[in-house]
Design a protein around this ligand. Sequence first.
Ligand SMILES: *[C@@H]1O[C@H](CO)[C@@H](O)[C@H](O)[C@H]1NC(C)=O
Ligand SMILES: *[C@@H]1O[C@H](CO)[C@@H](O)[C@H](O)[C@H]1NC(C)=O
Length: 404
Amino acid sequence: MSAGEKKRYALLFFVLPKKSSKELVDIKRPKHRSRTKHWVAGGIFVCFLVVVYYYRDFVISVSNRFTEYFTQTYAPNVTSPEVRHIGFLKVHKAGGSSVQNVLFRFGLKRHLSFIMPTKDYKFSTYGHVHVDLINNKNGCYDILALHSVFNKTTYSQVLPSDAVYIAIVREPLSLMISGAYYHRDVSFVSYLRRVPKENYIQNLIRYPERYDPNELSLTRNSMAMDFGFPKGFHVTDTERVQNYLSYLDKQFQFVMIMERFDESMVFLRRLLNWKFEDILYIPLNANQHKSAEELQLSNTDRKKFEERNFLDVAIYKHFKNIFLKKLSVADSEFFAEVDYFKTMRTELEEFCSSHESAKSFYHIEESRWNSPITVTHLDCDTMKMPELKFIDKIRQIEKQGRSR
Ligand SMILES: *[C@@H]1O[C@H](CO)[C@@H](O)[C@H](O)[C@H]1NC(C)=O
Ligand SMILES: *[C@@H]1O[C@H](CO)[C@@H](O)[C@H](O)[C@H]1NC(C)=O
C-alpha cells in the first residue's frame, strides 16, 4: 500500500466507520447496558471492515474524489466552469477532423447547439458571408467547427461574445502535398485533375502559371485562405503580413500545431477547462500519400514552394513560435499529463481497432487527471465517424431540435 493509499484509508476510517458504528449503536440503544449488545455492534463493525476490504477499489475511488474535492489537486479547475462557446477554424488538411470530432462529441453530450448549414458541409467559402444555416431560435449558437474562411465579423454574428476562438496549423509543405492528393482524388477538384500525374507535386510547384495560377488556392497559401488573409500580398510585404498575424493573435486564444497534436490537446483541455475524457480521440482522415522526402523534392523545388507559399510559411512559423514558447514555460505536470494522455489514447486506439468480441470495454483507471473512464465499441464508432456522416447526423438533430 502506498503512502497516498494509506492516507486515504486513514481518512476513510477516521470519518466513516466511527460515525457508522456510533449510529449503529445509537439505533436501538437499550435502557440497560449489556455486553452482548457490544459484541453484536463489534461483530457488525468487523463485517463492515470485511465489506470495505472486499470493495476496497470502489472505496478508494470514492475517497479519492473526496480528498480531491477538498484539496483541488483534481483537474479540471472546479471553481471555473468548462468553456462551451467555441469557434474552431477548421483549417484544411491540418488534422482538423480529429478536433472537430472532439468538439462534436463534447457538444452532443451536453445538448449544445451547433452551427449547421441547411445543406453543404462548410460554414463559408468567402469571409464576408456564410451559407444558409439551420435557424436557431435565440439566433446564437454554441459551437462552430466547420470549414470556413475566417472573418471576425461573420463569426461574431453567429457566436456568443464570450466564445473562445481556436485554430490549427500544419507544416506548409506536408499540408500542400496532403491537400493536393486529397482534393484531386477525393474531392475531384478540376484544376488538380488537369495536372499530369507523373511528378504531380513537382508540376504544381514548378509550373504554377500552367497548373495553379490563382493567388490563393487549395494548394497555394491554403492556410492563408482559411485564415481570411485578404488578397494582394506580395512576398516582400513582410510588415503587412506581420500586422495581419498580430491581428490574428488577438482573435485566436490558441492555435494548435498538428505536429504536436497531443501537446496541443492537453493545452486545449486546460484552456477550455475540460475533463480528460473530453479530449480523447482517434486520428481521423489521415491519408496515405507520399511525403516530401519520398517524393525526393529538390532544394530548388522546396525553395520555390516556400516563395510561392510565403503566407503559409509565415503563418506556420508565427504560430509555431508562440506554441514553442508556451511549451518552454510549461511545468512538469503538463508533460506528465501529455505522457499519460499519449499512453491512454494509444491503448484506446488499440481497443477501438480490436474485434468487438475480444473485449467489450476499455477501462481507464482513475488518475490524478481523470476519474474512471469506460469506453465501449459504440463510443469507438462515434470517435471514428467520418466527418460528413457526423455532420449529417448533427444536421438532423439540429433540424429536429429547431422544429420542436
Ligand atoms: C481556478 O479558476 C479560478 C477562476 O478562473 C482562478 O482564479 C484560479 O486560480 C484557478 N485555480 C487553479 C488551481 O488553476
Ligand atoms: C469581413 O466581413 C465583413 C462583412 O461581414 C466585411 O465588411 C469585411 O470586409 C470582411 N473582412 C475581410 C478581411 O474580408
